[in-house]
Structures are given as structure tokens and as C-alpha cells.
Write a protein that binds this ligand. Structure first.
Ligand code: 2HG
Ligand code: ZN
Length: 466
């Protein structure tokens, strides 16, 4: 366990004042963890800088005293990337949350790293534009954290991941230097683009302090349809039909167990009269502006092929939102079972074979446990949550799941898939990184870390070590 020396504690207090340097037990608990619940939080202090200069000063102090820092955003991550369990100092961007400017002609927005995603989305909406990267945690996740984890979400099939929307970054490296990357330019072919090195680097190369984001035109009349399907194979067939016929914004799926958990927890009505093993939730721009005929034809064709048993289509914004809740509320609803999470991806073409092999693995290894499936199947991303039975200890449960994960990741490795699609590596997936990245790549990551964080003070223990 690390304890910052008194000289560093005093310097931080003087730099940040009483509201910027916290050591009370409840702040340590709160800022020391993210949404994972496998590692007890134990930071020694929380530093809340108010400016880029503060961040630089904190990094220099940490370097001088060899005290590790854990960069911290909204702490909504699901891989333990923002967990501080070793006496580290948490460097929270929460006070650096301003939106700095919005350019309607250039269609971009600049903000500090601690800006809440939902506030950025609202600022764009107020000008008739959108920041289209969206997920259930938009109300508390922060832009800096989204960039550091290259967050995905529910409309990746249409808009891509966070990476696609970052046009400029300011980053403080592990030496305290400030890098200004790409400066909001759309075109800039002047050699290596370090911006992309920082996106998804999970706080191990630098601390993101400001960002410039691209904005887009809002979709026209989005509508949502939920379809009940007999199998995952049918879900993929529905995807193909929808891709051909609709301007898709999202194509999600959930299993009946996922639906059951959400409707029971929130007292909601099931969307369809008859239950089905799986459901597709499809969002699209309305091609015929309220005329349901083309969509009904698509559904009828799917029914005639046996891929769809029943379907419901939103006719109002309220209905669209309530159908989305069935999907978006899953993660939070099942959190009380301390689920073991797999966030896996393959190419869309390989999804059917992946599903077949994963279904067989689950039937064999988890036949006594509840397994909740859902995810962004339209972009090849599945979330597999194994619910912890009350009778198991957290450690025993995690060990058992980690063993099965090795088999699962072996399957993924054969298919060229990824052990973490959108949640990052952090603490939880670190031991499995070799299933998705070669030794050469991991070695290069380490060399790059050495250049940018020579003393290894940035988020040690996560993703890669020096
Ligand atoms: C989602 O798609 C989030 O709802 C969370 O990525 C996934 O909790 C999960 O496994
Ligand atoms: Zn997801």
C-alpha cells in the first residue's frame, strides 16, 4: 500500500485548497472505484484540479515523489480502469467540466475533460446538432473518460465509436508536458497522429484535459421496433433484412432473461404479447414519415420466413423511449447480482459461428447459473453477464468465471475477435490481453508507455505495465 509522503500531501493541499484535496473516508470510497465491484477502493487521497496547470503540477509532484495517479472521470467504467486500490492518488477531472465553445459552422464543440456526456449532448441539441455517441451512462460519464476508453454505445452501427468524433485533444503526459493534438482540424496530414494513441489508452499514457468534438445533423424521425425471435440465427437474418431496407441507427438484441429482469425490476409491461427467447431492438430513420406500410411489409416477410414471431413499432416519442428502456436499463438492473461481464466482439460476418460456439460453452459450463445476453449485435458486440448466485463468494465466483473466460477467449482468438469490445481492459481484462493482441504489439505498447510515462506513475496495474 502506497502513502504519499507528507511533503507531497502538503504541496497538494496548498495547490488545490480544501475543496480540491479530499481524504475523508466517504470521498475515498466514492472516488476510488468505478462501476465494477470486485476490488475494494483504497486510494490515499483525491486531487481535484481546476485547470490544466493544476494537472501539470499534480503530475510533477507525483513524479517527484514516485506516487501513482489514477485518472478519474465519471467512473462508470466496467473493467476497473478507474479503480484505486493501492493507496494511489485519484486525479479526478470533475471540477474541469466546462463547455468551452460551440462552432455551428465548423460543427464542433470544445470542452474540458470533466464535461458530462449528457451536457455535451444537450449543448449540441440546443444548436440543432447532435453529439451522437450515446450510452446508458450519459448522465454521469465524462468526455475525458469516454475518450480514454474509446467508449462505444448504442448507435455505433451508425456513428462509430468515440474515436470517430474527436478532432482535437489536450493531454498532460506522465512527464507533466502538455500536448495539443490535431487542434480541431478535419484535415491534417503531418505525420503520426498522436491523438489516436491517446484515444483508448485508459489513462496509462497521459491525462486528457480538453477535447474538441465533431457534431452531426440529428437523424430524421427516429422510430423503434422490437421483434421477438426464436433464435440468435433468426436475429442475424433480421439484421440482414433491416440493413437492406432501413436507414439503421441501432440494432440491439436482448435475451428473454434480460427482458424479464428489467420488467420485473421496474414493473414494466412486456413489449409483446407472446414471450420469445430473443428480441431485436431496431432503431431507424422513418423512411415514409409515419406511413407504416413499408415497415410492416418487412416484418411480414420476416414472419413468413419464421424469423419473427411478433413485433411492436413505436408511434410516439414516449413509446420510442419506453422501448429503449427495455434495453438500456439491463446493465443497471442486473448490477445487484455482481455479474461477471464479458464484452466480446467479432466481425459481424463471424457472429453466427461465435454465437453457436458460445451457446455450447455456456450450456456446458454455466448450466447452473443465470446468463444474461444482450448487446449491440449490429456491430458484432455481445455482452454476456453471468449472475453471481448468493451462495457463492465473490472470489470463488470470479475465479470460476475467469477459467471459463479463458475458453471463451480461445474461441474469440480463433475467430480473430476481441476480448473487450467497448469496455476497455483496465484491471479485469488485463490477464486476457494476449488473446487479442500479439506479444509484439504488447511490447510496443510498453515502449510507448516508457516514452510518455517514464516513471510509471499513470494508472499502474491497468492495461500494461512498464
Ligand atoms: C450496455 O451496452 C453497456 O448496456 C453495459 O455497455 C454492458 O453491463 C454490461 O455488460
Ligand atoms: Zn454496451
Amino acid at each position: 500500500m502506497i502513502t504519499p509522503p507528507p511533503a507531497m500531501q502538503q504541496a497538494l493541499q496548498e495547490l488545490l485548497g480544501p475543496s480540491g484535496y479530499l481524504t475523508d473516508p466517504s470521498s475515498l470510497q466514492e472516488y476510488g472505484r468505478d462501476w465494477t465491484r470486485f476490488t475494494p477502493p483504497a486510494p490515499s487521497a483525491v486531487a481535484l484540479p481546476g485547470s490544466i496547470e493544476d494537472v501539470q503540477a499534480i503530475v510533477r509532484l507525483a513524479r517527484q515523489h514516485r506516487v501513482p495517479l489514477v485518472p478519474s472521470g465519471g467512473r462508470t467504467g466496467l473493467s476497473g480502469g478507474a479503480v484505486a486500490g493501492q493507496g494511489e492518488v485519484v486525479l479526478s477531472l470533475a471540477r474541469m467540466n466546462r463547455i468551452l465553445g460551440l462552432d455551428t459552422v465548423g460543427r464542433s464543440l470544445s470542452c474540458e475533460a470533466g464535461a458530462i456526456t449528457g451536457n455535451v449532448q444537450a449543448a449540441a441539441r440546443a444548436e440543432g446538432l447532435i453529439y451522437p455517441v450515446d450510452f446508458a451512462s450519459s448522465g454521469s460519464s465524462q468526455i475525458g473518460g469516454n475518450i480514454a476508453t474509446n467508449a462505444g454505445g448504442i448507435q455505433v452501427i451508425r456513428y462509430g465509436m468515440t474515436r470517430n468524433w474527436v478532432t482535437g485533444l489536450k493531454v498532460v503526459t506522465g512527464t507533466g508536458e502538455l500536448l495539443e493534438l490535431n487542434k480541431g482540424l478535419i484535415k491534417n496530414n503531418t505525420g503520426l497522429d498522436f491523438r489516436h494513441l491517446m484515444i483508448g489508452s485508459e489513462g496509462v499514457l497521459g491525462i486528457i484535459v480538453e477535447a474538441t468534438l465533431a457534431l452531426a445533423t440529428p437523424p430524421r424521425d427516429p422510430r423503434v421496433m422490437v421483434l421477438g425471435a426464436p433464435s440468435m440465427t433468426a436475429i442475424m437474418a433480421i439484421l440482414e433484412q433491416c440493413q437492406g431496407a432501413l436507414s439503421l441507427l441501432a440494432f440491439e438484441f436482448l435475451s428473454d432473461l434480460a427482458l424479464e429482469k428489467v420488467i420485473n425490476a421496474h414493473g414494466l409491461q412486456p413489449p409483446l404479447q407472446a414471450r420469445a427467447p430473443f428480441y431485436a431492438l431496431v432503431e431507424f430513420e422513418d423512411p415514409a414519415q409515419g406511413d407504416d406500410a413499408p415497415i410492416l411489409t418487412l416484418v411480414e416477410n420476416c414472419m413468413a420466413s419464421g424469423w419473427v414471431a411478433d413485433a411492436v413499432l413505436s408511434h410516439s416519442e414516449a413509446q420510442r423511449r419506453s422501448l429503449w428502456r427495455l434495453r438500456e436499463d439491463i446493465s443497471e438492473t442486473i448490477a445487484k447480482w455482481t455479474p461477471y461481464k464479458n464484452d466480446i466482439a467479432t466481425t459481424v460476418a463471424n457472429v453466427p459461428i461465435l454465437l453457436e460456439r458460445v451457446e455450447a460453452l455456456i450450456a456446458d459450463r454455466y448450466n447452473d447459473l443465470e446468463v444474461v445476453w444482450y448487446g449491440h449485435i449490429g456491430d458484432g458486440n455481445l455482452h454476456l453477464n453471468i449472475l453471481k448466485p448468493e451462495s457463492s463468494s465473490v472470489d470463488a465466483f470470479q475465479q470460476r468465471c475467469a477459467t471459463v473466460s479463458r475458453e471463451l477467449f480461445g474461441i474469440l482468438s480463433d475467430l480473430g475477435g476481441s476480448v473487450s469490445a467497448e469496455h476497455g481492459v483496465g484491471l479485469l481484462k488485463k490477464e486476457f490481453l494476449t488473446f487479442s493482441r500479439s506479444k509484439t504489439e504488447i511490447g510496443l505498447m510498453r515502449e510507448i508507455k516508457k516514452l510518455l510515462d517514464p516513471d510509471g506513475i499513470l494508472n499502474p496495474g491497468k492495461l500494461i505495465e512498464l
